[in-house]
Design a binder for this molecule. Structure first.
Ligand code: KIV
Ligand code: ZN
Length: 513
C-alpha cells in the first residue's frame, strides 16, 4: 500500500456550501492559486453544473492551475458529468467527482429510488465519466450510514467501471473514530476489487470529530486520501480541517508513517486568505492557525519555552507560516517592490489600473501605519474597492463625532456611480451611525446578518481593523470586507463593498442546492 497521503481540498466546493461563504469567480481563483502554492494534491474547484457562475469558476481554475489536479463535483447523471468535463477541459490534470446517496434514508426519502436503481445509476455514471476523464472519483453520499452489504456492491461496480478513487463520506458527522476506521477497513476487505482504487475519507464535523474520524479512516481503514477544507470551513459545523490533518500526519510521522506533499509554510497564508474572503473568522484557540496557537501566556510555560522550545511546543510556528508575518514594505517602498510582493503572495491583478489603485491604497496605509505586514496587503486587496472600475459605491470621506453620554453622529460622503452624495445620521455608536447614513441614501433594504471586527496583525493598537459585513437581500447573501486603521472607516468600506456585490451581478454560488 502507498505511503503517500493524498490531500484533497474542498474549500471551494464543500467549504463554499457554508451559508454566507459563497465566493465570486475571482475570489475562488485567488484561493485556488494559494492552494496550488500550498501544494495540495487535488483542488475541488466547485460543482460545474450547479450554475453558470460555478461553471466559470471551475473553468478559470482548471485553466490557471498547473500543479494540482483540478476536480469538479457532478451528480451521477450525464448532464452534470458532461458539464464537469467541459469546465475541466483546460486542466493539466483533471478529475471528475461523481456522487450518489447510498443510505436507505437518502435513497428512499430524498432520491425516491430503489437500491437497484441507485446501483445501476452508479454504474452508468462512472462508465460515462470514465469515457470523458481518466481520473474519476466516486462518492457514496451518506456512505457511513449505508448498509455495508449494499455499499460493497455499489463500490465494486464503481471500481469495475473504472473509478480510480472511492470516497466514503460521513455526510452528517455521525461517526466515531474507531467505528469509522473499522467501517473503512471492512469495506476494503470485503470489496473484491478494492485494491484497484484509492480509498478516501470525507468527514463532517457535527460532533467535533471530523479530524479524528479521518485519521482513524487512514490509520485503521487504510484510506490514502483525506478530503478537507482550510480552517475546517463548511456547512453546519464544517468539514475536516486541512491544517490539522496535515500537521497531525507530519508531526506524528512516527505513528502514521505517511508522506504528505503539502508545503506547511503556506498554511497560515491560506488560512488568512480564506478567512478574509469568506468573513469566517478563525477562533483564537484554533489548532495550528488560531492567533493563540503558539502563544505561551503562563509564566511556567514561557520559562520552559525560553529554555528549550520543545518543552511546550510540538510544532514550530514558522514551519506553518507564522513567520511569513514579517514586515515587508514601508512607505518608502516603490511600485515595483509592491508589485513583486503581490506576486509572491499569489495575487494576480488583471490590469495596470488595478495595480495602481492597490498601490495608492498601500501608500495611504503606509503613511498611517509604520509597519505594513503581508496580512495588511492581503486585506488591502481583498477590500473590494481596489478594483475601482468595478465599483458602483465608493467611500470618499467620513467624519464622526462620539462623546460619552452623547448620541454619536456620522457624516459620510460617497460616490454612487458618477454622482457624489452626502448623508448624515445618528446611531447607537459611530459604526451604527455611519452605516445608517449610507443606508439612508442607498436604501438597499438589505438585512445585516453579520458584522465582525478583527485586528489584522497582532500585538498593537496600530493594527488595521478588518471588518466583515454580511448582507442578505432577495435570496442572495454577500460578504463585504473593509480594512483600515480606523474601524469606523473600515466598517463603512465593508458595508459599501457588500452593497457593491449586491449591486453587481457577479454570480455567487451555493454549490449544492
Ligand atoms: O458530504 C458529502 O457527502 C459530500 C459528497 C458530495 C462528497 O460532500
Ligand atoms: Zn461533504
Amino acid at each position: 500500500m502507498s505511503d503517500k497521503l493524498i490531500i484533497f481540498d474542498t474549500t471551494l466546493r464543500d467549504g463554499e456550501q457554508s451559508p454566507g461563504a459563497s465566493m465570486t469567480r475571482d475570489e475562488k481563483l485567488r484561493i485556488a492559486r494559494q492552494l496550488e502554492r500550498l501544494r495540495v494534491d487535488v483542488i475541488e474547484a466547485g460543482f460545474a453544473a450547479s450554475s453558470n457562475g460555478d461553471f466559470a469558476a471551475v473553468k478559470a481554475i482548471a485553466d490557471a492551475v498547473r500543479e494540482s489536479t483540478v476536480c469538479s463535483l457532478a451528480r451521477a447523471n450525464d448532464r452534470d458529468i458532461s458539464r464537469a468535463a467541459e469546465a475541466l477541459s483546460g486542466a493539466a490534470r483533471a478529475r471528475i467527482h461523481t456522487f450518489i446517496a447510498t443510505s436507505a434514508l437518502h435513497m428512499e426519502k430524498k432520491l425516491r429510488m430503489t437500491p437497484e436503481q441507485v446501483l445501476e445509476q452508479s454504474r452508468q455514471a462512472v462508465r460515462f465519466a470514465r469515457n470523458l476523464c481518466a481520473d474519476v472519483e466516486f462518492s457514496a453520499e451518506d456512505g457511513y450510514r449505508s448498509d455495508p452489504d449494499f455499499l460493497c456492491r455499489v463500490v465494486e461496480v464503481a471500481i469495475a467501471e473504472g473509478a480510480t478513487t472511492i470516497n466514503i463520506p460521513d455526510t452528517v458527522g455521525y461517526a466515531i473514530p474507531e467505528l469509522y476506521g473499522a467501517f473503512i477497513r471492512l469495506l476494503r476487505e470485503r470489496v473484491p476489487n478494492s485494491d484497484k482504487a484509492i480509498w478516501s475519507v470525507h468527514c463532517h464535523n457535527d460532533l467535533g470529530m471530523a479530524v479524528a474520524n479521518s485519521l482513524a479512516g487512514v490509520k485503521m481503514g487504510g484510506a490514502r486520501q483525506v478530503e478537507c477544507t482550510i480552517n475546517g470551513l463548511g456547512e453546519r459545523a464544517g468539514n475536516c480541517s486541512l491544517e490539522e490533518i496535515v500537521m497531525a500526519v507530519k508531526t506524528r510521522r512516527d505513528y502514521f508513517g505517511l508522506d504528505v506533499g503539502v508545503d506547511p509554510s503556506q498554511i497560515v497564508p491560506a488560512s488568512r486568505m480564506v478567512s478574509q474572503t469568506t468573513g469566517f473568522v478563525v477562533q483564537p484557540n484554533k489548532a495550528v492557525v488560531g492567533a493563540n496557537a503558539f502563544a505561551h501566556a503562563s509564566g511556567i510555560h514561557q520559562d520552559g519555552v525560553l529554555k528549550a522550545r520543545d518543552t511546550y511546543e510540538i510544532m514550530r510556528a514558522e514551519d506553518v507560516g507564522w513567520a511569513a508575518n514579517k514586515i515587508v514594505l514601508g512607505k518608502l517602498s516603490g511600485r515595483n517592490a509592491f508589485k513583486q510582493r503581490l506576486q509572491e503572495l499569489g495575487i494576480t491583478m488583471e490590469s495596470e489600473a488595478e495595480i495602481n489603485a492597490a498601490f495608492a491604497r498601500f501608500k495611504d496605509l503606509a503613511d498611517r501605519k509604520s509597519e505594513v505586514f503581508d496580512e495588511d496587503i492581503l486585506a488591502l486587496v481583498s477590500d473590494e474597492s481596489v478594483t475601482a472600475e468595478r465599483e458602483h459605491y465608493r467611500l470618499l470621506a467620513l467624519s464622526q463625532r462620539s462623546e460619552m453620554g452623547e448620541r454619536p453622529h456620522a457624516a459620510v460622503t460617497f460616490a454612487i456611480g458618477e454622482a457624489e452624495v452626502q448623508a448624515e445620521a445618528d446611531g447607537n455608536g459611530p459604526v451604527d451611525a455611519s452605516l445608517k447614513a449610507i443606508e439612508s441614501r442607498v436604501q438597499s433594504g438589505a438585512e445585516l446578518m453579520l458584522y465582525s471586527v478583527n485586528a489584522i496583525t497582532s500585538g498593537s493598537t496600530e493594527s488595521q481593523g478588518e471588518v466583515t459585513v454580511r448582507l442578505q437581500h432577495g435570496g442572495r447573501v454577500v460578504n463585504g470586507v473593509g480594512a483600515d486603521p480606523d474601524i469606523v472607516v473600515a466598517s463603512a468600506k465593508a458595508y459599501l463593498a457588500a452593497l457593491n456585490k449586491l449591486h453587481s451581478n457577479v454570480e455567487r454560488v451555493a454549490a449544492q442546492g
